[in-house]
Design a protein around this ligand. Structure first.
Ligand SMILES: [Zn+2]
Length: 416
């Protein structure tokens, strides 16, 4: 695996086919050693149960992660330019990342600045009370939203008399909720700084601890642009009103705070109904016909895609290598904690039984270790996994205890 980021050229590429296979053999060996599964166990079941992803999925993932690491480098770093460069590795990384177009950029700062505002994380009850209090100055609520389909948007909301005012911004399909939350916070500060009369106090509530943490630092990394924008707007605010109080408060959403609910509602509209009247597109004010070019893809979004691909590829690989009759693919490849924490001997028995390659009469007969598949306890003609767990009279009391427990856990009784 060493250096695979650089030498791996894909499952079917000349030159690396053999290496992928070699590595798969190692993965198989490791998977058998940890689960105690037999050599006959299908590779798909073995991979799912051991939690060890297929070699190709691992190699692809390594390469993508490496690509992402390069993309995260600040502007001007030559290593960042490797991706998409007209060299073999440049092309390979570009296709591994499926990276077309722009990606969020970061910059290296000579002098990082701390955020000149109070960042407060308060207890739930306190946050709720603080959100509901009407105070002098400007109190804003922000929220970012990402729908299952990938559309994102954010809102900034404040009370205006008995109603609400604010903005809804659609961010397209290449961002994460995290980006939307960060963008909303920076935008709230901008809106506050654009007021004709600078308020004596600006308080912004949001339910996104990660975004608040991002604002605290302006180091390179995902969302850095918003941390930088926030600093700029805070400086403007302080310039026009030196004694101004600026607070960013974390407030748990969905706790019945009306303004919070409003922000949530508007952020969803911004994400979902980008054509709705009053929804802005990045960099373009409301009601212009011109729509902004899509935002550069965010690093957080790229990271999510990489992680999703990793699991999908591993699953697909495993799915093509199991017998549907004998083995049901679990929803997740994460090893079962209860099994992993039991004794090695017990865990091995469990995996063997689960994958259907276990020491039963049927299996031993098939592998030519016994002349007959007969049950050696009750002489039933075929000793299968089902027979032992449901029928064999030798294990009556154990079966009863087992199925009572299964019923309790799943509501199901043994089926035949
Ligand atoms: Zn029997």
């Amino acid at each position: 695996m060493f250096g695979a980021e650089l030498w791996w050229r894909g499952d079917l590429a000349e030159g690396t086919i053999g290496r992928g296979k070699e590595f798969q053999l190692l993965v198989n060996r490791e998977a058998r050693a940890t689960t105690g599964c037999f050599r006959t166990t299908s590779l798909g079941a073995l991979s799912m149960e051991s939690g060890l992803r297929a070699a190709t999925a691992q190699l692809e993932n390594r390469q993508r992660r490496f690509g992402l690491r390069l993309l995260r480098l600040p502007e001007g770093e030559h290593a960042r330019e490797v991706i998409g460069a007209p060299t073999e590795i440049g092309r390979r990384l570009k296709s591994a990342l499926a990276h077309g177009g722009q990606t969020e950029r970061t910059v290296l700062l000579e002098e990082p600045e701390t955020l000149d505002a109070e960042l407060l994380q308060v207890e739930e009850a306190e946050a709720k009370a603080a959100a509901e209090v009407t105070r002098p100055g400007l109190t804003m609520f922000t929220d970012g939203s990402r729908l299952d389909g990938g559309a994102t948007g954010y809102s900034v909301v404040w009370k205006k008399g008995q109603t609400w005012a604010g903005v809804k911004v659609h961010m397209g399909n290449s961002q994460e909720a995290y980006d939307a939350e960060c963008a909303a916070l920076a935008r709230a500060l901008e809106l506050a700084s654009q007021r004709i009369a600078t308020p004596e106090r600006v308080i912004i509530f949001l339910d996104a601890q990660a975004a608040i943490r991002r604002m605290a630092s302006d180091e390179p990394g995902p969302g850095q642009q918003y941390a930088l924008q926030a600093r700029k707007h805070i400086a403007t605010l302080r310039q026009s009103r030196p004694g101004i109080v600026i607070e960013v408060r974390w407030c748990l959403a969905h706790k019945g705070v009306a303004s919070n609910e409003k922000a949530d509602e508007w952020a969803k509209i911004a994400a979902e109904k980008s054509g709705t009247h009053g929804v802005e597109w990045p960099n373009f004010p409301v009601r212009t016909e011109v729509r902004g070019a899509p935002l550069p893809r965010s690093l957080a979004n790229l990271k999510r895609e990489i992680s999703e691909k990793k699991w999908a590829e591993a699953r697909q690989w495993a799915g093509g290598r199991t017998s549907k009759k004998k083995y049901r693919m679990p929803d997740s490849q994460k090893p079962d904690g209860a099994v992993a924490n039991s004794t090695k001997r017990l865990a091995c028995r469990f995996y063997q039984l689960k994958t259907g390659h276990c020491l039963t009469g049927q299996y031993l007969n098939r592998t030519k270790n016994r002349t007959t598949p007969q049950c050696w306890w009750c002489r039933y003609r075929t000793q299968t996994r089902d027979h032992l767990f449901k029928e064999c009279p030798e294990w009556k009391s154990q079966q009863k205890a087992l199925w009572v427990e299964v019923k309790k856990e799943t509501g199901r009784w043994k089926g035949r």
